[in-house]
Every structure is written in structure tokens, then in C-alpha cells.
Write a protein that binds this ligand. Structure first.
Ligand code: XLS
Ligand code: NI
Ligand code: NI
Length: 434
């Protein structure tokens, strides 16, 4: 143990805890829901970058968090950061974590130095994983912070950046494989463009497709059994992002023959930025057979950018887990808290409290989602709404042509009668559970 979280003890499950006590009121790993342990449904992960690598800056001010490992960018600091991260895992008891290469290693001057630093930290973290039992949900490469990536990684006009990015991703898949990661994520941070005036978008999209094909080939070559996940996000950081939402990613995967190989990691805040709801993105991915994992957070609904706050709305989270359950639940995926503290939340205890609150909100959402499924009211109402399609003439129309349908409409004197969508009644139904 470091002394970073000094004075804090592992957080218990205690529904009767005092109001200001750090305790899980709802998250109970062993509680059974739909025949499965709550821990195995939710598969929580802590994100290394927000918890331990982000220094608390914003566009108007520098770092506010004076963590001891920020003093110098060395292997010793990276190890101290890893020790503190595993201290948090011991307090929370969540099963997983996620990382970018740049979160866990110091930044080297060359590719070779970065690879050596990563290797050394993967050894160190691997030992801590086997001592504690905490597992890796996913690894990923940071292909967006360093200035070399300012015009993209796989989609860069400079082939040397493409090559550097490919070599980096190889090293990060190797690291994820060595740590027995269950998924490998690609978020195309700068895979997009600022202005069409200097951009060949067809070429860039083809580069991204070829890059992803190589990732999939490599995964098979080394026998990595985890899932490759794309994380969609629109308009941040670049104005036009190639992976803007689930529908766009699906079209991209189809185009490059990868729809059976790659799934999506869907983030709440990214869905909102794309003008969708989280549940829309989840339902679509489920229906298209590419649902993989989620990044759980929330945006500030007034600011219009990715504020990465911890979730705190049971009604929203319940609708999200409703879609996760309908998609069959997580297999290799899980719930990664891609969420950070506010920059005034300086105390280590704030980091613990943020995760505890978020885990409890998700547990409540999951319980509500399971209860709504068991009730069946929403599914019955949906089935009733489409029941007309079970009629024989409706089936004939779908198999017919404009001419046969037109003849039938005349012959039967079809004159449709509008019916209520019952939205308020369904919203009332949901409110009974959340
Ligand atoms: C940024 C993304 C990022 C990915 C991993 O908005 O959410 O944190 O999850 O690169
Ligand atoms: Ni994000
Ligand atoms: Ni994310």
C-alpha cells in the first residue's frame, strides 16, 4: 500500500450505512440477478487515464492535482502511479481496469524507448495483477496526445505517422495479450479532419480500413482471443470524425469486410454528442450484432462537449442496461468508468467516492432494468404495436411489389386508422421501476 489513500478502508456493501459513510448501498457483487452475479453482469473497470494520468487542467488553467507521481516522468513515478491505482482497486473491489500505453509508462524520446518503457511497466503491472486478482478489461494505444498525431494516426497524410501508429498499436496489442486483456480498443481520437480544403477524405478512410484489417490479422496471428472494439465519437477532437456513431462504424466495417470481427465500445457522452441517446446506440449495436462494451459516464447537458463526469442518473442508466440485457449482456465487454473528477475535487477520497457513487447508480440501473424485463410490459406494448405485421396480407405486401400492393389496396379499400403511440403511458411504466 502507498499512503496516497491513507485513512481509507475497503468499501463495504452496507445498505444501512450512515448517510455520509463510504459504502455500497446497492452494489453487492454476489447478489443474483436473472441467474447471474451482479459483479458478472456489470463487469466494472476503472480507467487509468482519468483516475491517475489526468492532472486536472482545463483550457483556461493548468494542473490542479498535485499527485506525487506527476513530479517527474520516470519509471519510478510510473510505478508509484501503478501502486496507487492498485490501492484504489483494493478499496473498490471492482474486477477490472483499462489503460492506454501513455497512461502507464513514461514518454520516451524514440519508439524503441517507448517500447522498452511499456514492457517494463507491463511486467510490473502483470505482477500486481497476479497478486491481487484484478484483471484487464481492455488496453489501447494513445494515438492522439503527442504532436506527431495532430493530423491523425492511421489517417495521417504522412505515411511515417501511419507506420509509427501501426508499430505502436502492435506493441499495445502485445501488452494487452500479455496481461490477458479481454478486449482491445481503438478510439480514433484524431482520425478525422478540420477542413476539407486540405483533406483527401477517401484516401484517409481507406487508410483507416487497411489499418483495422491489419489489427485483426495480427490479433489472429498471435492468438489473442479478446474482442477488437471501435469506440465511436463525433466532432471532438477533430471537427469531422470518421467513426462518428454506431451506424457509421457499421457501414465502415461492412465496407472493409470486418463486421464479423470488430464490435463497438459505446460511450454515454459520445452518444449524446452524436445527437443520439445512449440507449439508441446500444439498441442499434445489439440489433446489428456488433455490441461489445460500454464506457459509462455522462456529459453536462448544457456545455455541449465531452465532460466525462461520473454517471448519476438512475433513469438514464436503467434504460442503458435494459438494452445491454436485451443484447444478451456482456460477454468480453464490461462497464468502464471513462469518467473524471471535477478539477476542484482534489482529495484522494473524491476519487473513491466518485467510483462508489457511480457503481451504486449502475447497480440500481441494472436492478431496474432486470425488473422491467421481468415485468414484460414494455416488450408486450412493443409487440402489440407491430402486431399488424403478423397478418397474412402484411406479409404478402413485404414480399410483393408496388404493383401488387397497389392492386390490393384498391381491392380491399385499405384506409388506415391512426392509433396512439402510448408514449406517456410507457414513460409512466418506466417511472414505476426507476
Ligand atoms: C475519449 C475517449 C477515450 C477512449 C479511449 O473521448 O472516450 O477515453 O475511451 O481512448
Ligand atoms: Ni470519451
Ligand atoms: Ni471512452
Amino acid at each position: 500500500m502507498t499512503d496516497f489513500f491513507q485513512g481509507l478502508a475497503p468499501v463495504p456493501h452496507n445498505p444501512d450505512a450512515a448517510p455520509d459513510a463510504l459504502a455500497f448501498r446497492h452494489y453487492d457483487p454476489d447478489a443474483m440477478i436473472m441467474g447471474k452475479r451482479m459483479e458478472d453482469h456489470l463487469r466494472f473497470a476503472v480507467a487509468w487515464w482519468h483516475g491517475f494520468a489526468w492532472p486536472g487542467g482545463d483550457p483556461f488553467g493548468g494542473p490542479t492535482f498535485e499527485r506525487p507521481w506527476f513530479a517527474e516522468d520516470t519509471i519510478a513515478s510510473a510505478k508509484l502511479k501503478a501502486d496507487a491505482a492498485f490501492d484504489l482497486f483494493a478499496l473498490l473491489g471492482q474486477p477490472f481496469f483499462c489503460f492506454h500505453d501513455a497512461d502507464i509508462r513514461p514518454e520516451g524520446a524514440t519508439f524503441a524507448q517507448n517500447a522498452r518503457n511499456l514492457d517494463e511497466m507491463v511486467d510490473y503491472i502483470g505482477q500486481k495483477m497476479s497478486q491481487t486478482g484484478t484483471r484487464l478489461l481492455w488496453g489501447t494505444a494513445n494515438l492522439f496526445s503527442h504532436r506527431r498525431y495532430m493530423a491523425g494516426a492511421a489517417t495521417n497524410p504522412d505515411p511515417e505517422v501511419f507506420a509509427y501508429a501501426a508499430a505502436t498499436v502492435k506493441s499495445c496489442i502485445d501488452a494487452t495479450h500479455r496481461l490477458d486483456g479481454e478486449n482491445y480498443v481503438l478510439w480514433g481520437g484524431r482520425e478525422g479532419y478540420e477542413t476539407l480544403l486540405n483533406t483527401d477524405l477517401v484516401r484517409e478512410r481507406n487508410q483507416a480500413g487497411r489499418f483495422l484489417q491489419m489489427v485483426v490479422d495480427y490479433k489472429h496471428k498471435i492468438g489473442f482471443r479478446g474482442t477488437i472494439l471501435i469506440e465511436p465519437k463525433p466532432q471532438e477532437p477533430t471537427k469531422h470524425q470518421y467513426d462518428r456513431d454506431v451506424a457509421t462504424v457499421y457501414g465502415f466495417l461492412k465496407d472493409f469486410g470486418l463486421e464479423g470481427e470488430v464490435r463497438v465500445n459505446i460511450e454515454q457522452g459520445h452518444a449524446i454528442l452524436a445527437g443520439h441517446s445512449f440507449e439508441h446506440e446500444l439498441a442499434l449495436a445489439g440489433a446489428l450484432g456488433i455490441f461489445g462494451s460500454i464506457d459509462m459516464n455522462r456529459n453536462d447537458y448544457q456545455s455541449g462537449w465531452d465532460t466525462d463526469q461520473f454517471p448519476n442518473s438512475v433513469p438514464e442508466v436503467a434504460l442503458a442496461y435494459y438494452e445491454v440485457l436485451k443484447a444478451g449482456g456482456f460477454t468480453t465487454g464490461g462497464t468502464n468508468f471513462d469518467a473524471k473528477l471535477r478539477r476542484q475535487s482534489l482529495d484522494p477520497e473524491d476519487l473513491v467516492a466518485a467510483h462508489v457513487g457511480a457503481m451504486d447508480i449502475c447497480a440500481r440501473g441494472l436492478k431496474a432494468a432486470a425488473a422491467m424485463l421481468a415485468d414484460g410490459g414494455l416488450e408486450q406494448a412493443r409487440a402489440a404495436r407491430y402486431a399488424g405485421w403478423e397478418r397474412p396480407e402484411a406479409r404478402q405486401w413485404l414480399d410483393g411489389s408496388l404493383e401488387t400492393i397497389a392492386a390490393d389496396v384498391l381491392a380491399r379499400d385499405i384506409n388506415p386508422r391512426p392509433v396512439s403511440g402510448r408514449q406517456e403511458r410507457l414513460e409512466n411504466l418506466v417511472s414505476r421501476f426507476v
